[in-house]
Design a protein around this ligand. Structure first.
Ligand code: C2G
Length: 130
């Protein structure tokens, strides 16, 4: 049973997110998504359109996701990998190298981002249409 873990805000879920989740799940048997809390988003200077609970509900509807837990800070990843027995840590390659400290605890894989799609782009487009 290979367990994969990934992190993110996943606001206004789009096909770039799903493409990441799909490839992450394909690396193992069980995918844990650590979803940024609204408070941690503020620390990341990100304002989500959807609340944590709404983003969690949407992610839980995704066929590739097995468990959604909160991401509350930058420091929890080593504990998460240990506590959830994660074998593989996956992030999009916009984070290339940033989490290599996890390599002593699990495999670290950065996957190519899906080009030309982002929550911000979608939100800006919809705001202009309003
Ligand atoms: N992603 C992607 N392609 C896109 C957009 C996003 O592959 N077009 C990936 C990102 O690389 C990330 C995941 O989808 O792995 C979630 O993206 P965000 O919600 O933007 O996550 P981020 O704000 O980068 O949070 O501790 C880590 C942070 O919580 C990561």
């Amino acid at each position: 049973m290979k367990r994969v873990i990934t992190y993110g805000t996943f606001d206004v879920l789009h096909y770039g997110h799903v493409n990441l989740l799909k490839r992450a799940k394909a690396l193992g048997d069980y995918l844990i998504v650590c979803l940024s809390s609204d408070e941690f988003n503020a620390i990341k200077n990100k304002k989500s359109y959807y609340t944590y609970e709404q983003r969690k509900m949407i992610l839980e509807a995704c066929r590739y996701v097995d468990l959604v837990i909160p991401e509350n800070n930058w420091e929890q990843k080593v504990d998460d990998v240990k506590n959830y027995h994660a074998d593989i840590f996956v992030m999009g390659d916009d984070w290339e190298g940033k989490f290599d400290f996890l390599k002593e605890h699990c495999e670290v894989i950065y996957l190519p981002r899906t080009p030309d799609v982002s929550s911000t782009q979608t939100k800006d487009y919809l705001a202009k249409k309003a």
